[in-house]
Ligand binder design. Structure first.
Ligand code: XBP
Ligand code: MG
Length: 256
């Protein structure tokens, strides 16, 4: 019989997992930045869903230009221009988070508080920019919440973004843990691929843009983490004993 592992750390994705930030957060911030740069680009809800196939804001802008304005990519210093457009977008996103308009998803705060009590280590493995992580955590969990996470892997800290496993390898390395001691929580196919390629057991909580994606290989696919008062809907995976994800359930899933 395989030796059971005790859960040592939970690795959270950010966008779509901690909060549904894409449609009414990042998308609006991109559009505000485009306006400031006098561009007539507008990423509507549907188009943004397609562009999400490419992770990373700078990479997503470049991908959009490859389709809609390829000549502009020939300009010298285009990488710097994209970086400065993206920096402006990040500022708009931070401002938006300060208004508190994007809440955490069901069960996220409850689970984080429980894991802290149980002394399970918390980490973040995300494609988004570090400033965005800070803004979201501070606006939802309070100023001190950044200290609750042992490791935050974000943005350009690794050269290859999800679906490459690099960010998960980096976070595991910083934690000094093996994938068998951890579980990842993701919302997207790109995120799942990244986590699975790093050998992590991965729980999916689907988000607005990701509901129809392929989650083959996930240990369980749920609507969200659930609350005792608002149980999740199980979309795929083993029958679970209760309608909300807690420490005990994560341990069970990790050893499934
Ligand atoms: C998130 C991303 C990011 C955000 C925008 O993916 O791909 O690019 O959409 O943030 P994941 P930035 O949830 O898989 O980490 O503009 O800062 O990149
Ligand atoms: Mg995500």
């Amino acid at each position: 019989m395989n030796k059971k592992h005790k859960l040592q750390a939970v690795l959270f994705d950010v966008d779509g997992t901690l909060a549904d930030t894409e449609q009414d957060g990042h998308r609006l911030a991109f559009n505000a930045a485009f306006k400031q740069f006098n561009l007539d680009w507008n990423w509507d809800i549907e188009l943004y869903g397609q562009l999400l196939a490419v992770t990373g804001g700078k990479e997503r802008i470049r991908h959009y230009m490859e389709i809609y304005d390829p000549a502009a990519l020939e300009k010298p210093d285009i990488a710097d221009w994209i970086a400065s457009l993206h920096k402006t977008k990040t500022k708009f996103f931070e401002d938006l988070m300060e208004t508190g308009s994007i809440p955490l998803r069901p069960g996220v705060a409850r689970l984080i508080h429980e894991l802290r009590q149980k002394e399970v280590r918390l980490a973040i493995a995300t494609t988004t920019t570090m400033d965005n992580v800070t803004a979201l955590l501070k606006s939802t969990l309070g100023e001190e919440s950044m200290d609750w996470f042992d490791v935050i892997g974000a943005g350009d800290i690794v050269p290859l973004k999800k679906p490459a496993p690099d960010i998960y390898h980096w976070v595991l390395n910083q934690l000094g843990l093996t994938p068998q001691q951890c579980i990842a929580i993701e919302d997207s196919e790109n995120g799942l691929k990244a986590a699975l390629s790093a050998d992590l057991t991965t729980l999916i909580t689907v988000s607005g843009y990701t509901q129809a994606q392929n989650f083959e290989g996930a240990v369980s696919v749920l609507s969200d983490l659930g609350e005792p008062s608002q149980p999740y809907i199980r979309l795929n995976g083993p029958a679970l004993t209760q309608g909300w994800v807690d420490y005990h359930m994560l341990n069970t899933l990790m050893n499934h």
